[in-house]
Design a protein around this ligand. Structure first.
Ligand SMILES: Nc1ncnc2c1ncn2[C@@H]1O[C@H](COP(=O)(O)OP(=O)(O)OP(=O)(O)O)[C@@H](O)[C@H]1O
Length: 193
């Protein structure tokens, strides 16, 4: 699957945010979207997700593409546990469903944290629940907006390795301010400036 971004332009009240942005992305690859604060990374994700309309240009992709996002905010249900935050995305409450959610989350978080309300978790733990949920939901494309905020270096490397393991045939786009992330992820750098 190929996703083509062509001549994308976006302004807010006269402030040019995206200026003739062009690139092509392919399934089976990880892309790291980099650029200074305010360069339009989140805005690009919003256009891709259909939340925001570009002024001109287009993103060509199959119409039935399933895109899943980790937003800059965790957007978790705080009173529910990490396991429940995953299982609530699909119908049913079977033990099998809970077992599968636990298996995903055990790759990212300590066992004891999986059944506590999300409100009692640290910021970095919440971030990992949000990442786990994005990996759990079936998708063709995963966009992650600064997913590694609050993670120490070692934890970040473990999380990256699990992301790569789970997304081998998907298209993954990750925005980051850390230039080392592209090489740690073995990803392709896309610069917005
Ligand atoms: N709804 C909006 N109305 C007006 N201006 C906006 C709106 N959304 C974003 N902007 C502006 O667009 C520019 C790009 O914002 P965006 O959040 O896309 O940048 P970013 O690269 O993701 O930044 P960061 O790295 O800080 O998250 C900023 O100057 C921001 O203030």
């Amino acid at each position: 699957m190929e996703l083509n971004v062509a001549h994308l332009n976006l302004s807010f009240q006269g402030l040019k945010v995206l200026s003739d942005v062009n690139f092509s992305l392919h399934s089976g690859s990880v892309y790291c979207l980099m650029g200074p604060s305010g360069s339009g990374k989140t805005s690009f994700f919003k256009i891709l997700l259909g939340i925001l309309e570009a002024d001109s240009g287009l993103i060509e992709a199959p119409s039935d593409l399933k895109i899943v996002a980790v937003f800059q905010e965790d957007r978790l249900c705080e009173e529910f546990s990490p396991i429940e935050n995953l299982t609530m995305t699909v119908p049913g409450h079977s033990k099998e469903l809970q077992k599968r959610a636990r298996e995903v989350l055990l790759n990212l978080l300590p066992r004891e944290s999986l059944t506590r309300p999300v409100s009692t978790l640290s910021g970095g733990m919440k971030r990992r629940v949000a990442i786990g949920r994005a990996l759990w939901v079936p998708s063709d494309v995963i966009v992650m907006d600064e997913p590694f905020t609050g993670l120490d270096h070692e934890t970040k490397k473990n999380v990256m390795s699990y992301i790569k393991e789970c997304t081998k045939d998907k298209l993954v786009i990750i925005s980051t301010h850390q230039s080392e992330d592209a090489s740690l992820l073995n990803g392709t750098l896309i610069s917005l400036s």
